[in-house]
Design a protein around this ligand. Structure first.
Ligand SMILES: Cc1cc2nc3c(=O)[nH]c(=O)nc-3n(C[C@H](O)[C@H](O)[C@H](O)COP(=O)(O)O)c2cc1C
Length: 345
């Protein structure tokens, strides 16, 4: 199933069910534009046979940045730079979605033009930010009236992505970034309609998704969530996990969302996102993608058993530009090593 043609009602004709997961590479130029080297990097995977590519996290507004040298999709010049990527990937017959990203508190003034990063609360993230070797910035809790301004950043980013000929966008609502800072009761201590009860903590993600769906339509919008994700050597579940999923997933379905990517950051799939997918599958008869370094046989059985419709890989696709060929030929996969992050091959 994995390597056979896949005709999906929204995504259309796909080469197979292999998806390249979003991966930050930090090779944008000083204006946060992507370069020809990135276009070749993505096109190489498309030429090998990856059916759907999800780009690296792409910043929707300068105040949402938190990383070194990541691309934006904010100015006309940045938007224009993405056209070389979409063009090369389309020439190779694959589809590509742009992952829209706002880091929230996983940032520092060094990355946001000197203003404090924003979040659902003013609770600082623990630990040292490896991007600048400093503690994370102390965030400023968004005022209730400011929340629509964030939606507008994503809406403009989504329109820019379509202008750059992307097939769609993936809203990054996962991995502890801004939307997740609203979901997570350990961070979100708000007393307005965006904090407290499960319904309130889901409101930011739901309102944002509805706006983007209204603008682009169901065939161009995908959401990435990580209700259970890797943290240190273990994993972390959302507080009120069962109640959150029981409310959130039917709400997404009711508003017309049809594509979900359930992520676990970099944890064991079966303990984290695989478990979540088993829980939400009965509530979600539409497209689900997921995975984390699954072996080909494991991916096949997740598809056969109906848990997944498409399978995502990040590190194996980074380390093996010929990933799909290796699967077809039954060749071993090279594991990713940190050295490989230094070049864009
Ligand atoms: C170098 C690197 C960068 C990543 N950057 C992002 C990112 O920008 N956005 C995102 O949602 N996930 C990001 N991830 C997580 C991956 O998309 C994926 O969920 C995770 O690596 C697990 O899949 P894997 O085991 O196949 O690598 C990144 C992972 C790696 C290894």
């Amino acid at each position: 199933m994995l390597l056979e043609l896949f005709d999906h009602p929204l995504l259309g004709n796909l080469k197979n069910r292999v998806v390249m997961s979003a991966m930050t590479r930090s090779f944008a130029d000083q204006n946060h534009c992507v370069t020809a080297a990135s276009a070749e990097y993505y096109a190489r995977r498309a030429a090998d046979g990856v059916a759907l590519i999800l780009t690296e996290g792409t910043i929707v507004h300068p105040t949402g940045d938190g990383y070194n040298d990541v691309p934006y999709i904010y100015t006309p010049e940045q938007t224009e730079s993405w056209k070389q990527v979409t063009q090369r990937v389309h020439e190779e017959g694959s589809k590509i979605f742009c992952q829209l990203w706002h880091c929230g508190r996983i940032s520092h003034e060094d990355f946001t033009g000197g203003v404090p990063p924003v979040s659902s609360s003013n609770k600082q993230a623990g630990g040292i930010n490896r991007q600048n070797g400093k503690p994370y910035g102390v965030p400023r809790a968004l005022e209730t009236e400011e929340i629509p301004e964030i939606y507008e950043m994503f809406r403009q980013g989504a329109l820019n992505a379509i202008a750059a000929n992307f097939d769609g966008v993936q809203l990054h609502l996962a991995h502890g970034y801004l939307a997740d800072q609203f979901f997570d009761a350990a961070i979100n201590d708000r007393t307005d309609q965006y904090g407290g009860a499960v319904e309130n903590r889901c409101r930011f993600a739901l309102e944002l998704t509805e706006i983007i769906l209204r603008e682009l339509g169901a065939e161009k919008v995908m959401v990435r969530l990580s209700p259970s994700r890797g943290l240190g050597d273990g994993f972390y579940d959302w507080p009120d996990l069962d109640d959150m999923l029981a409310y959130l997933i039917p709400e997404f379905e009711g508003m017309g969302l049809r594509m979900l990517d359930i992520s676990c950051a970099r944890a064991d799939y079966y303990q984290t996102s695989g478990r979540i997918i088993r829980q939400i599958r009965p509530m979600w008869p539409h497209l689900i993608m997921g995975g984390a370094s699954l072996l080909p046989g494991q991916a096949e059985s997740e598809l056969q058993e109906g848990y997944l419709d498409m399978v995502t890989w990040a590190r194996f696709i980074l380390a093996n530009p010929d990933f799909v060929t290796r699967l077809r030929e039954g060749k071993p996969l090279i594991p990713m090593e940190s050295e490989m992050l230094k070049t864009l091959v």
